[in-house]
Design a protein around this ligand. Structure first.
Ligand code: ZN
Length: 631
């Protein structure tokens, strides 16, 4: 077992992540990871130069962040699927990186600065990403080389930072480095590592102060943008005070996490739990974009934070992003992705006249590397890390289900094998069926997250009377487990209408956001499938206002469920449909090749009343999510 205890000098994590390999996906999640492995993730290294010929494995292409990004997602994907082909690919990368570590400890390429000094020879930033891949790989394999290589690298970094302090991306993204320093400290407990972490903290950008004195309350102008207003840096920064809390033990760090999330929601928030950035803060207008890198980095920040802080609301947010924003911005077969997604995304086309602050004309098409190739490399961590963080260990010697999707946990408690199967169609269904298997009788607490959005949640053990469970907490079951025990959790999902931009509404039920289903015409504009570039044009009207009583939306929306299909996150396979009445609003039209300014609600329309079909946001490629309402 590669399990690790919390070490003495760092504050204990509330929940300890399980080593990679202890959680095995099942049901729709297994299917989704298989789609991913059969799509771009499992094949990018075969044809995309910046990974195939990466400088990290001795090639002549990019030797900076792209190879490490891909590795950081493919490592968990390979071990979750137990896929021999993917594991071979990882092995080649790890062997090369480890066997080419410099004498002085540096990992990866050293930049050639002979033709000018725009770059420094040693840029720590891409190594932060490699370290995240290495720690996951070590947990899955126990490979003894990793800890030695990390130790050697951190010694080099320690002296390097005295001469060349953190700069650019590394200065903004330092929390990801501290995470790996703490990972190593938890295993070898050498105090110089905490001194190094303190040095990194001191040199890094102070995100806590950035949000305490937040100045960026509107869509940025291009000339105002800088590293601190960048969407991906912000998504990564959400974790910063939480990561540092383990070392600072300062309650203000803990509280800052929630203040950061609230600030981003207030000024730039979107219905999916994301915030806009195309590619800097872009305000609340649902036609503005959010970069895919920010989606997967926000998810990783939340996975990290729930482990350290143990707050249920953090994984409410994680599920909201994972089930809505993540799948929506990927082509259903996961061979193409967008750079920017929009909550109101009514056309995806190459547009010189565009709404984004800095992102280019092709930022919202589905392609191989629309706008810029960072997301092509970084998108792979989204689903696998979600899957590997579903369950964790608790400090009272038990296990906790922090987020939900069909899976198995195969682990040990006090040296005794434990297996938990979770069968469910959640988030498309409200019932979760756990089977806890213990060959030898053993007492341990089982904690189940009860989302903040549920009402009247119930837990039932075998055929006992159900017990009610409080929303926004972790419900604890303390008992002796023996043989096979069935635990059923019901999380009733009531439809809610959330007030949004210009007094519009978004429709939610459980962790899912619902969007108008729009007919799609996919047009290949470049490349050879499966990895081409597509524009998507609407074939049906999108400019509707809803006839809905926002206080009692259940009276005007009817839901219907369907069996879960093989390509779950696609418009035609949507497992839940919602029907609601609405009228067209003819004056709401395209502007700058996006849905024009959202008419302020209530609106009036003399167009005929029509029945509209909404589907989960994650199943859409074109959509309206924030709707005007009829007076
Ligand atoms: Zn990106």
């Amino acid at each position: 077992m590669n399990d690790v205890r919390n070490s003495s000098e760092l504050i204990a994590r509330a929940f300890q992540p399980l080593p990679l390999g202890n959680i095995r996906p099942g049901g729709w999640l297994l299917n989704q990871l298989r789609i991913q492995a059969d799509g771009l993730s499992g094949h990018l290294d075969e044809f995309w130069p910046d990974v195939a010929e990466s400088g990290w494995i001795g090639g002549t292409a990019e030797g900076w962040e792209r190879g490490p990004y891909w590795l950081d997602g493919i490592v968990p994907l390979a071990f979750l699927l137990d896929d021999e082909n993917l594991k071979r690919k990882i092995q080649r990368w790890m062997d090369y990186i480890l066997s080419h570590q410099q004498e002085d400890g540096w990992l990866g390429p050293i930049r050639d600065t002979s033709r000018g000094n725009i770059y420094q020879a040693y840029d720590p930033w891409p190594v932060f990403v490699t370290l995240k891949a290495m720690t996951q790989y070590q947990e899955a394999t126990g490979d003894g080389r990793i800890i030695l290589a990390m130790k050697k690298f951190f010694h080099k970094l320690d002296s390097l930072l005295d001469e060349n302090p953190l700069f650019d991306w590394g200065r903004s993204r330092w929390a990801d480095l501290v995470l790996s320093i703490h990972w190593l400290y938890d295993r070898i407990e050498e105090s110089w590592l905490l001194d190094l972490a303190a040095k990194v903290h001191k040199q890094g950008y102070n995100w806590r102060r950035h949000f305490a004195e937040f100045r960026y309350k509107n869509k940025m102008k291009a000339e105002e943008c800088n590293q601190t207003t960048h969407v991906v840096n912000n998504a990564m920064a959400i974790k910063q005070p939480g990561v540092w809390f383990r070392q600072s033990v300062d309650e203000d760090d803990r509280n800052a996490v929630f203040q950061i999330i609230e600030t981003l929601d207030t000024y730039h928030g979107q219905a999916t739990g994301l915030f806009t950035g195309d590619e800097h803060y872009a305000g609340k207008n649902p036609s503005q974009g959010t970069e895919l890198c920010a989606v997967v980095e926000y998810m990783f920040s939340l996975e990290t934070l729930v482990s350290i802080l143990g707050e249920a609301q953090l994984t409410d947010r994680l599920e909201r992003i994972a089930f809505n924003a993540l799948p929506a911005t990927l082509k259903p077969d996961m061979w193409a992705h967008q750079y920017d997604q929009q909550a109101n995304q009514v056309i995806c086309k190459v547009s010189k006249d565009r709404i984004y602050t800095n992102n280019g004309p092709d930022a919202n098409i589905f392609g191989l590397e629309p706008h810029y190739g960072c997301c092509t490399a970084n998108m792979h961590q989204g689903w696998p890390k979600f899957a590997s963080h579903l369950w964790m260990r608790t400090s009272d010697g038990g296990l906790v289900a922090v987020a939900y999707a069909p899976c198995k946990v195969i682990t040990e408690i006090a040296g005794k094998p434990i297996r938990i199967d979770l069968q469910t169609d959640y988030p498309f269904d409200d019932t979760l069926q756990f089977t806890v298997k213990a060959d030898h009788p053993i007492r341990f607490p089982l904690h189940l997250r009860i989302p903040t959005w549920t009402e009247a949640a119930e837990v039932r053990i075998e055929n006992d009377d159900p017990v009610s469970a409080k929303a926004g907490t972790f419900h604890c079951i303390k008992r002796e487990w023996s043989g096979s025990t069935a635990v059923t959790l019901r999380l009733p999902m009531r439809v809610r209408a959330q007030k949004r931009y210009h007094n519009s509404v978004s429709i939610e039920r459980g962790p899912l956001v619902y969007s108008l289903k729009i007919g799609e015409d996919w047009r290949l504009i470049r490349g050879e499938p499966p990895h081409g570039d597509w524009e998507v044009y609407p074939t049906t009207a999108w400019n509707y206002a809803l006839q809905i009583d926002s206080d009692h939306p259940d009276e005007s929306i009817k839901f219907e469920t369907r069996p879960i299909g093989n390509c779950l996150f696609s418009p035609d396979s949507a497992p839940v449909l919602a029907r609601v009445m609405g009228r067209c609003v003819p004056e709401w039209t395209l502007e700058h090749n996006a849905a024009g300014p959202l008419p302020k609600s209530p609106v009036s329309s003399s167009e005929p009343l029509e029945e509209l079909v909404l589907i989960p946001y994650g199943c859409t490629n074109l959509r309206v999510t924030e709707f005007p309402t009829l007076g």
